[in-house]
Design a protein around this ligand. Sequence first.
Ligand code: 5GP
Ligand code: ZN
Length: 114
Amino acid sequence: MSDCLFCRIVAGEVPADVVAANESAIAFRDITPVAPKHSLVIPREHYANLVEVAAAAPGTVTAMIQLAGEVAAAEGIAHDGYRLVANTGAAAHQTVFHAHLHVLGGRSMGWPPG
Ligand code: 5GP
Ligand code: ZN
C-alpha cells in the first residue's frame, strides 16, 4: 500500500533504524520511544493488525514473535524482561494501521497499562 507509512519503510522509501530482520518481518526503533528500548516488529506484507496477520498468514505471526525475541536479546532486555504490545484498534491506541508489535524494555513496567 503506497499510502501506508510502514509499507514505505519496508520498501525503503522512508528511513528507519532497522535492528533486525527475517524473511517475513523487520524490526526498527520507534521514532518516539516510550521506554529506554522501544522497537517495532512489522510484517513485510500489509495487514491492518496482528489478528489479520494470524488469519491470513499464521507463519508470519511466528516470524514476528521470533524476531521480537531476537530484538530483545540484541537490546539486552531479554534477561530482565520486556513487554510485547499489539495495540489493536483505535480505542486501544493503534495509530498506524499496518500490523506491529511493540518491543518495550529497559525499565520496570506498571500494570494495568494506561
Ligand atoms: P501504535 O500507536 O499504532 O500502536 O504505534 C505506532 C508507533 O509507530 C508509535 O509508537 C509511533 O511512535 C511509531 N511511529 C510513527 N511514525 C513513525 C515513523 O515514521 N518511524 C518510526 N520508526 N516509528 C514511527
Ligand atoms: Zn502497510
